[in-house]
Structure formats: structure tokens, C-alpha cells
Design a protein around this ligand. Sequence first.
Ligand code: PLP
Length: 395
Amino acid sequence: MSEIPSKSTQLIHHPYNPPAGFDAVPPGIYKASTIIFPSVAALRSRDWKHKTGYTYGLHGTPTTFTLEERIATLEGGRFCTLVPSGLAAVVLVDMAFLKAGDEVLIPDNAYGPNKAFAHHELAGWGITHQFYDPMNPADLAARLSPRTRLVWLEAPGSITMEFPDLPALVAVVKAHGGAHPQGIVTALDNTWGAGLAFNAFALGVDVSMQALTKYPSGGADVLMGSVVTNHEALHDLLHMSHMRVGFGVSGNDCELVLRGLGSMALRYAAQDAATRQLALWLQQQPPIAAVLHPALPGSPGHAAWKRDCSAAACLVSAVFQPGFTQPQIDRFCDSLKLFRLGYSWAGPMSLCVPYDMSSIRPKGWPHAGGLVRFSVGLEAVADLQGDISQALGKA
Ligand SMILES: *Cc1c(COP(=O)(O)O)cnc(C)c1O
């Protein structure tokens, strides 16, 4: 090596370090694949499992640790694992708690990709599944077996808006013997409640996952998921699976979610109020046969929602009168100008999607008419009502 290293070497091995003590409102954002060890001894004695230091970007940075701690607090839990999407959170829970020969029970009205993963990947790995009626704890009880290792819960079903009696479903599982590796784990898809509408752990759930893509982000610009639990043994299983499958999240994406968290409770409350206003107004519209929103008396599971929740998310489903054909309902959706067609929710823009209920809720769906699910954004409610009025006129 010559006396003076080349410019490229100097620019990589630069001696300047900014002074410590920089303090600002947002936490600093750290990004890394490699994390440098001070010595071989430190490298050899690295601790992968605890937040005592850093080993590799995939396994934690100051930024991912900070976001994990805030999401754990949001959910009222102790341990959080971050993954690249809400769906990856579903998959991580399945992979951590299920092995060949086990069975998983999934609500009939669950988030579709949760069911699809069971149908395809889990089935291929020798893990069986059954769908149960989440509105009937006896149906869940009848399906539990010595092979059951995981019971999924979702509150409410994200299209049907049916709000299950979570404590009753958890009690059925506990009576059978919870929680893994000895018994059965209960895992809640808590994207709707988001840690704000109710405390999943106070209702007895073992594991709560959510799509941070929705409320915690709030910007419709990032995909991320989280898995939270209070059980150290369950967290260890999740954490080890997480390390082995390589579900890393980017520092830039964490930055967006950390930024969203500060306004999350205010957005949740504002969108809750707007959605309830819109739901009551939809009930007055003659083309609409039923409005599904757990805060509405008569909506399925309203009593359980009222007992267990202090708020509701920005989703409402409207069932059309059976006289409306699917092409008419499609024309209604195509005619909306403020509600745009698209998946996901809890961002600033209102969205809608027409659903085929025979695939969403295969067993015992009581309505004949077509269903449209609205996600209410942050626009003025009067403008949203005007938009639906004009589109109903075109249907
Ligand atoms: C959106 C959503 C997910 C998946 O989240 P992604 O980040 O889009 O993968 C899971 N469950 C529910 C209830 C959701 O609404």
C-alpha cells in the first residue's frame, strides 16, 4: 500500500465522525446490510436473539428496533417482529408455529391471501387447514383436534364486517389447551383494530399481527407488517423463523411508518367518525339493502364490538338490493370519482372494491345482492356522499 491511499479508499475509510448529541424530533434512520464488529472476539460472541447489539442488517438496526418497540407499545404487547408486508406477517406466523402433520383453523371470512397460503403452500408442506364460522364458537370447538396448532382470528372479517366474539373463541381454544409448542396458538389479524380499537392481549389472544401498510403508515406509500406477542417462548419461535427466512425491512420504509405513527390515533379517530357518518347515510339510500359496519345496531357482531371496542376503522360494506345486477354495480363503481378503485385502505384517499361474496364468505352468507366495500379516506364526508349519490344515479 502506498503512503497516501487513493481517493476511493479515503472516501470509504474516512476518519470524520459527526459529533454525538444530535437531537431531533424524528429518530435517526439507519440503513445497513453489513454491521461492523470491533474485533473477532465481538464477531464470535455476537448475540442474534436479543436487542443487546447489532449483527447484520437483516436482524436489526437502531431504526428497526425503534419501530418494533413502538409497535409493541401500540398493541400493548412486549415483543414485536417486523416483516416486509402484512401478508408476510401472516406467513411468518404460519411458518413459526406449524410443521408437517399439523392443522391450522382459519375463519371462513378471513383475509383472502391468508386462506390462499393455506390452500397452496401449507397444503404442499403437509399442513392441513379447515375454515370455521367465526360467528359460531361451537363450530370452532367442533373442528379442534389433537393436530390443531394454530387458530387464526380476524376482527371483523375485512369484507363482511362480521365482528366475532373474540373472548368466546379464545376460551374455546384455551379449554382445548393453549399455547404452542404444547398446545394451540391463537393469532389475530389485527389490521382493523390496529392496536387502537381494542387491546388484543386483554381479550386473551396470544399473537397479534397487523399490516402496518394500513393505519400506522397512513400514506398509501409503504408495505410492512408486524407480529406482536407477550409470550417470550412464542416470540422466540417467531424471531428464529424470521431470521431463517430473511424477512428484512428497509430503513427507508421504517422511516415512513415511524413518521405515520405520530398522527395515527388522530387519523384513526377522524376516519372512524367520517365512516360512521357515511354508514348512517348509506342506510337511508333506497338502492342499498344493508350496511355492514360493526358500530351499527343490527350489523353482525355489533354486541361483541360494543362490549370489546372503543372505536372502529374506516371500512364499511354496502349490500345492494337484489334487483341490482353485477353490471349495474360495476357501473356504480366505475362512476365514482372520489372513491377510486383499489385495494388496501387507511390512506388519505377513499377507495372502493366490488366483491364476489361466494368466494369471500363461502358458507351461509345471508345476502342476495352484490356488495361494495368502501374505505373512507380523509376527504370531506359531504363530498363523499355527493360522489356516491351521483354514482347511484348512474347505476
Ligand atoms: C391489507 C391487509 C393485509 C395484508 O397487508 P399487506 O401489507 O397488503 O400485505 C392483511 N390483513 C388484512 C386484514 C388486511 O387488510
